[in-house]
Write a protein that binds this ligand. Structure first.
Ligand code: KIV
Ligand code: ZN
Length: 512
């Protein structure tokens, strides 16, 4: 059996299914580029038949990404599969991932199909897909709660039809490591042609065991593909987290004996990018990518680490891309130093013009903040850098008054379709006043479903990074803004969210 473990990232598909984590086409492309830098083997870029937006995102990623296989999810029907194949045209390497539920509960209650109908549909889907693309993954949704005998029949049949990867998801996060590992092992033993496909695990985290279950699926079950997401993003309690599972395989190579292609030094930047794009903050004590993951607070630990790192450290922070709180650049740093630092951080901006814009923003920040950390640079390109010249709204300036006993007041100046607008309002606090001021001109009518502030590098000197999540007519968007002044960061985040909503919004402020 191969000792190569395939890393299949589904941040852009299963991750995005998490309520509020929807991403724009540009954001997905930026994340896909970061996943390619990480050397992820397969990027599940979306679900082509789900919407035109998803279709176009997959199409864009398929054209831009050269090194990773690009995959689209599709239900087990000809229409979905044809749509997936269409979106994937132009990819260097393409995969169709088709799925149908196989558990008694899902077949009876959700699909209202008999097991024999499910079996036939699965075969037909793989046959149809195989005529379009060679690389076909078949997933038995709710596989872990399926009858092993029936599931083995389905798997044997789809492998005969040409499925090249077989995925057995724990869709509802119900598995226990040893049981899941043995479930996969037993299935592989039951399926006579099991050696003709690569076996894959896909675990949800409802009981907090997605990583452990995935690893058991590999160690006990013999799976050679793990499906995972950056930061464990995903529906409900999320998916198996890429950074944890990869670092477990690497750190305990003595136990797993497997290789992964992942270039781990891009992990922290990927985590930041996904967190800043979706507004899903990473908990400080999260393994590998949490702010405290490598912080030794207790005296005994600090003393030990200073004497010999491996007394308390099993991984090196720099191996996963941490360069925490290192002063990297300042006011006098030039464009070349800035560009080089971006490269070291794994950030690739699309053009020299984009680098120039980022450098201008860096200089503005350096004028106001003497020490610029890597975290500041990442925020600069992830938050502010995500805005575009063609966006209707751009932040210009903000003034606010707040005093104990007085109602706060804010004046926000922003450009709307190239025209400068001055908006004023009072509010419960300066942030509320700023949002009300902007809204008084823009009249988006959107509902705010999340507002969060995060200190980028820990202290009050750091930049505040604000996420604003807006919802209108069922559409949810995230806006992110960063600035040493959190009221300004908030206004930037609000305008950034409005920019994302604007595609179907009448721009009232522009009409004056
Ligand atoms: O969790 C699941 O079952 C899935 C499948 C569509 C692979 O995401
Ligand atoms: Zn899933």
């Amino acid at each position: 059996m191969s000792d190569q473990l395939i890393i299949f990232d589904t941040t852009l598909r299963d991750g995005e299914q998490s309520p509020g984590a929807s991403m724009t086409r540009d954001e997905k492309l930026r994340i896909a580029r970061q996943l390619e830098r990480l050397k992820v083997d397969v990027i599940e870029a979306g679900f082509a038949a789900a919407s035109n937006g998803d279709f176009e995102s997959i199409q864009g990623i398929a054209h831009a990404i050269k090194d990773s296989t690009i995959c689209s999810l599709s239900r087990a029907n000809d229409r979905d599969i044809a749509r997936a194949a269409e979106a994937l045209k132009g990819a260097n390497r393409a995969r169709i991932h088709t799925f149908i539920a196989t558990s008694p509960l899902h077949m009876e209650k959700k699909l209202r199909m008999t097991p024999e109908q499910v079996l036939e549909q699965a075969k037909q889907a793989v046959r149809f897909g195989r005529n379009l693309i060679e690389d076909i993954e078949f997933s038995a949704e709710d596989g872990y709660r399926s009858d092993p005998e029936f599931l083995a029949r389905v798997i044997e049949a789809v492998i005969k039809e040409g499925a090249t990867t077989i995925n057995v998801p724990d869709t509802v996060g119900y598995a226990i490591p040893e049981l899941y590992g043995n479930f996969i092992k037993d299935l592989r033993e039951r399926v006579p042609n099991s050696d003709k496909a690569i076996w894959s695990v896909h675990c949800h985290n409802d009981l907090g065991m997605a990583v452990a279950n995935s690893l058991a699926g590999v160690k006990i079950g013999g799976a050679r593909q793990i499906e995972c997401t950056i930061n464990g993003l995903g529906e409900r309690a999320g998916n198996c987290s890429l950074e944890e599972v990869v670092m477990a395989i690497k750190t305990r190579k003595d136990y797993f004996g497997l290789d992964v292609n992942i270039d781990t030094k891009h992990i922290v930047a990927a985590s930041r990018m996904v967190s800043q794009t979706t507004g899903f903050v990473v908990q400080p004590n999260k393994a590998v990518v949490g702010a405290n993951a490598f912080a030794h607070a207790s005296g005994i630990h600090q003393d030990g680490v200073l004497k010999a790192r491996d007394t308390y450290e099993i991984m090196r922070a720099e191996d996963v891309g941490w360069t925490a709180n290192k002063i990297v650049l300042g006011k006098l740093s030039g464009r070349n130093a800035f560009k080089q630092r971006l490269q070291e951080l794994g950030v690739e901006l699309d053009s020299e013009a984009a680098i120039n814009q980022a450098f201008t923003r860096f200089k503005e920040l350096a004028d106001r903040k003497s020490e610029i950390f890597d975290e500041d640079i990442l925020a600069l390109v992830n938050a502010d850098g995500a805005s575009h010249q063609e966006d209707p709204f751009h932040f210009v300036s903000l003034a606010q008054q707040s005093e104990t006993g007085e109602r706060p007041h804010a004046t926000v100046v922003f450009s709307s379709q190239g025209r400068e607008v001055k908006a004023e309002s009072d509010g419960n606090g300066p942030v509320d006043a700023s949002f009300k001021a902007i809204e008084s001109e823009v009249k988006s009518g959107a509902e705010m479903v999340l507002y969060s502030v995060n200190a980028i590098s820990g202290s009050t000197e750091s930049q505040g990074e604000v996420t604003v999540r807006l919802q209108r007519n069922g559409r949810v968007v995230n806006g992110v803004g960063a600035d040493p002044d959190i009221v300004v960061a908030s206004a930037k985040a609000y305008l950034s969210a409005l920019n994302k909503l604007h595609s179907n919004m009448e721009v009232v402020a522009a009409q004056g």
